[in-house]
Design a protein. Structure first.
Lengths: 140, 834
């Protein structure tokens, strides 16, 4: 059986403090990026195709495709930034999590690790959802 | 710490549920209510299974007329609806409500009266649903009730039974979801930080959040369809600017997450059982948590893959294909984690182990066919054939029912104190497993050969009689397996071997207490210092003096009122002691009031709604109004001094504050669904507003918005003065009330000036419905503010009493302000912009 941490210390310890917005961004950034990406591409493809933007070609590809690619780049960057933030939080807490740290630090470290996984998966899904764009560069 | 037998007996009496007739209607403890949930769900499971057998008999041979087309339509509608709405989700909620306090180390759930209300609305919804058999108006439009088939033109009263019965069940689901989420966030034992929560609790937490959003969407959709049917609204009526596909979008925005609302708790069960049978920690705890959260998130982005044949743009279908394939990553992580956990171990082939292995086999096959139908060209080929029937039964029976049976087998000793009969358990597994595969595997081939689903018979020329005969035989074998399982549960209750406290040598907290557990769950609040508290020595000890003080203060105490410990949502640090209500008939009465209101709509006897509304309103006020005598008793009990914690928690330390937050999430989802409906209708309309109506004027509505925003701001100012103990919060609250009333009045005037009605066209329907929905938070804010002023009038000098209702009122005002701004932006501003 693997070893288990046994801390139960709620006293504040000396771990480096992480700003609240960084913690929140590292936790939710990837999910929000994915949500924004899905909503944006759904709205652009539905509205854009109905409005005829799929047939308007600019620099070789349709306006709809340009907008979809832009949405993918922006939300992908957001997810990547969230991944970096969760990695940063995890690294910052690494030294104090574990037997020497308080329950709070240990939990924050766990949340940072899970967030890194979540943000990574969301970034990957955003990229995967962008693949169909390349099959419809000049049409809907 | 020693506990005197006298105190223990008194404590036990305090937490006991009433007996006799009162015991039927007044208990609020999680354990008896959860057992009722589970028993009722299994009862509906039997009914749904019986309907399935009738359908299978009908389909055994070609051109069969054992059942006519009408009855067949009714049977597949009732079967699907029963299994999806009345069996799987309520059963999992029941299981969760029973286990959560035991696993978390709390004494009950956060809102015991809400649990009772949830149970009664569930029962009333189910009864209303099935009462259609007695009136000869059984729903027949499928468990999805697609429009226009379910609209007023093509369907009779059966769909009203479906919509109204279902709405009650949705209310039950949402309230149970809120219950689950708040309990998990606030009622964990000291030390049970997020990283030490059992995986079942993680799964239930994610499913609870999903229920809040998904069920609220369905509730909104069912209300819209009922408005079309009962009052001539035009949401789904193409002749008046409506759109039949709007229903499919709203329905599947619920329907797809619904599958995962059932599947995710099932994975939580599997994680617990795998851990116990392998007797080792589940591999990749963090990965499984991430997979559960991703599944919950992404499941809301897949709804369109149920609509590939409805004429969507190819590009949009491409996105949803990609998203549908991606969710396989999350499922794959869990499957591999369980296999890795079992790898190299020699688990005993007990019934629960077999159900887990059966789950892995069947669910993986269902997952493969899921990947196949996520691909558009393949889906086009097999859509509405028996291939789809085979696919979703592999997912739902394999992915949900098998884990449920594994879970019931695993926790049965805890429920009853007895072990299930081993031999009967093994037999029931093999009958179910073999019967299931014999029934559903041939359906893949039948689908390829062109057998359509939802059709009562098929021609002999298709050449699929042989497959159907085999499938029907398998269905009876599977039914025998399920019946044997239920018989085993009944038989072992009296004849089973004594189980002891922890027959599986499992690791989570529920196994630390007697089987069956006492109604108060934990006499002494436990401490958790490990993810596997029963496997790690000293894991239940504490060296923290403050935590020990809390434990001592709450050991077999208080003796006069029910209470549970409130902890921090992140790290489970003790924060407060939450008083918990005792037995009361209020939940039953309020649920009855709601039922009467629904019956009035069903029978179109709208006067009948008045007593229903009156009962509901009076009941809710009585429910929420603080009881001064009880508050004094709580204050004088000395628990606050003994534990060093507040016994009247407020703000984010109070469970009620979190409950309000969840309620606002429900409202936000309703507005989101209505906003989606608005823009969707606009997208497919040649002119907007439809019928060349004038764009809505901004003056009075803008004034209304300003007044509502000012009302919210004044409520916030009042709270600021209250917290800083200066100024006159009562005055500012009065201003807030006045401004809110004027704002409400402005909206009322605006509505009377509108040149269209909800029946004019779809634009009118969505405009009126969204405006009317806005009245809900406005009226609630005004009632809360008025009530707070009345309550606080003689209590301003006792801030502890006023703090909680004040915080709730301001939170509600925030929600109202956001809702008013959203409605203004969508209904009034957007026509000028888009």
């Amino acid at each position: 059986m693997r070893s288990h941490r046994k801390t139960l210390d709620y006293a504040p310890d000396s771990h480096p403090t992480v700003k609240r917005w960084v913690s929140l961004f590292s936790l939710l950034g990837g999910g929000i990026a994915w949500l924004l990406h899905l909503l944006t591409i759904y709205v652009i493809s539905d509205f854009g195709c109905v409005a005829g933007w799929g047939e308007r070609i600019t620099f070789g590809i349709s306006v709809v495709s340009w907008m979809l690619l832009a949405a993918t780049v922006l939300t992908g960057a957001l997810a990547a930034a969230a991944s970096w933030a969760s990695h940063y939080v995890g690294t910052l807490l690494w030294g104090t999590a574990g037997d020497r740290g308080s329950v709070r630090t240990e939990t924050q470290y766990f949340v940072a690790r899970v967030s890194l996984l979540l943000n990574g998966i969301f970034a990957f899904i955003i990229l995967a959802q962008a693949v169909p764009i390349f099959f419809f560069l000049r049409s809907c | 710490m020693t506990i005197s037998p006298r105190d223990e007996e008194k404590f036990s009496r305090l937490w006991a549920s009433p007996s006799g007739l009162r015991g039927w209607f007044t208990p609020v403890n999680n354990q008896p209510l959860a057992k009722r949930f589970i028993a009722t769900a299994f009862f509906f499971f039997l009914l749904g299974g019986l309907q399935a057998l009738f359908m299978r008999v009908q389909l055994t041979v070609s051109d069969n007329h054992f059942i006519g087309p009408d009855l067949y339509n009714q049977l597949f509608t009732m079967h699907g609806s029963t299994m999806m709405y009345l069996f799987a989700v309520p059963l999992l909620e029941g299981l969760a409500l029973y286990l959560i306090p035991l696993m978390l180390g709390s004494r009950d759930v956060a809102f015991p009266r809400l649990t009772a209300f949830s149970f009664w609305t569930y029962v009333f919804g189910g009864l209303l649903f099935y009462s259609s058999f007695f009136t000869g108006t059984v729903p027949d439009a499928g468990w999805f009730a697609y429009t226009p088939l379910s609209g007023p033109r093509y369907s009779g009263m059966g769909v009203d039974f479906w919509l109204l019965g279902l709405s009650l069940v949705e209310v039950a689901g949402i309230t149970a979801g809120i219950e689950i989420v708040v309990t998990i966030l606030k009622f964990r034992a000291p030390g049970m930080s997020l990283n030490r929560m059992p995986l079942f609790i993680w799964a239930i937490l994610v499913a609870g959040v999903m229920i809040i959003f998904a069920f609220s969407t369905l509730l909104t959709a069912t209300v819209l369809l009922e408005l079309d049917r009962a009052f001539g609204f035009c949401f789904f009526d193409p002749e008046n600017g409506g759109n039949t596909l709007l229903w499919q979008h709203l329905f599947w925005f619920f329907g797809h997450p619904e599958v995962y609302i059932m599947f995710i708790p099932a994975t939580g069960i599997i994680s617990m059982v795998v851990c116990a049978v392998a007797h080792r920690a589940v591999v990749g705890y963090s990965y499984i948590v991430a997979a559960i959260v991703v599944t919950g998130f992404v499941s809301f982005g897949l709804w369109m893959h149920h609509m590939y044949t409805t004429g969507l743009p190819d590009l949009a279908m491409g996105f949803f294909t990609a998203a549908s394939l991606m969710i396989g990553i999350a499922s794959g992580i869990q499957i591999f984690a369980w296999i890795a956990t079992l790898w190299g171990t020699r688990p005993k082939m007990s019934p629960q182990t077999l159900f887990v292995l059966g789950f892995l086999f069947i669910f993986v096959l269902g997952g493969f066919t899921g990947v196949m139908v996520a691909v558009v060209p393949f889906d086009w080929q097999v859509h509405d054939t028996f291939f789809i029937v085979a696919h979703f039964h592999y997912v739902l029976i394999g992915g949900v029912v098998f884990p449920i049976l594994a879970g019931v087998t695993y926790w049965y000793p805890k429920f009853t104190g007895k072990l299930l009969n081993h031999r009967l358990g093994i037999w029931s597994f093999w009958l179910t497993f073999v019967g299931f595969n014999v029934t559903f595997f041939p359906m893949h081939i039948m689908g390829f050969l062109g057998m359509p689903r939802r059709v009562y018979t098929y021609p002999e020329e298709l050449g699929i009689d042989g497959y159907n005969i085999v499938a029907t035989g398998g269905a009876f074998v599977m039914a025998a397996g399920f019946l044997l399982f239920l018989f085993n549960a009944w038989f072992s209750r009296s004849r089973g071997l004594p189980a002891g406290d922890n027959p599986w040598q499992a690791e989570s907290l529920e196994w630390s207490m007697s089987s069956p557990p006492p109604t108060y769950s934990h006499l002494r609040p436990p401490i958790v210092r490990s993810r596997h508290p029963l496997w790690v020595s000293e894991a239940l000890d504490s060296r923290d003096a403050a935590v020990e003080r809390v434990r001592d203060g709450l050991t077999c105490a208080p003796l006069e009122w029910r209470a549970s410990l409130v902890t921090d949502a992140l790290s489970a640090q003790p924060k407060a002691v939450q008083p918990i209500p005792g037995p009361t008939p209020l939940p039953f009465i309020v649920a009855l009031g709601v039922l009467i209101g629904f019956l009035a709509v069903l029978t179109k006897a709208y006067l009948l709604a008045l007593p229903g509304i009156a009962i509901t309103v009076v009941g809710v006020i009585r429910w929420f109004w603080p009881n001064d005598a009880r508050i004094q008793m709580i204050r004088n009990s000395g628990i606050g001094e003994k534990t060093g914690l507040s016994v009247l928690p407020s703000g984010s330390q109070s469970t009620v504050w979190w409950g309000m937050l969840c309620f606002l999430a429900v409202l936000a989802t309703a507005f989101g669904a209505l906003g989606y409906a608005y823009f969707y209708l606009q997208l497919f309309s040649d002119v907007w507003p439809q019928d060349h109506l004038e764009r809505p004027a901004l003056l009075i509505s803008g004034l209304g918005l300003m007044l509502i925003l000012a009302g919210a701001a004044f409520a916030r100012i009042a709270l600021h003065f209250f917290q800083s103990k200066r100024g006159r919060p009562g005055f500012w609250l009065g201003m807030s009330l006045l401004l809110g009333l004027f704002g409400f009045g402005a909206y009322f005037v605006e509505m009377t000036r509108l040149p269209f009605t909800p029946q004019s066209n779809a634009y009118g329907s969505v405009f009126w419905t969204m405006s009317a929905t806005l009245c809900v938070p406005i009226v609630l804010s005004l009632c809360f503010t008025g009530g707070l002023m009345r309550y606080a009038k003689k209590r301003w000098n006792d801030p502890e009493l006023v703090d909680l209702p004040f915080g709730l009122t301001v939170l509600l005002w925030y929600g109202t302000a956001v809702a008013a701004a959203t409605v203004f932006a969508v209904l009034y501003l957007s026509p000028y912009v888009i």
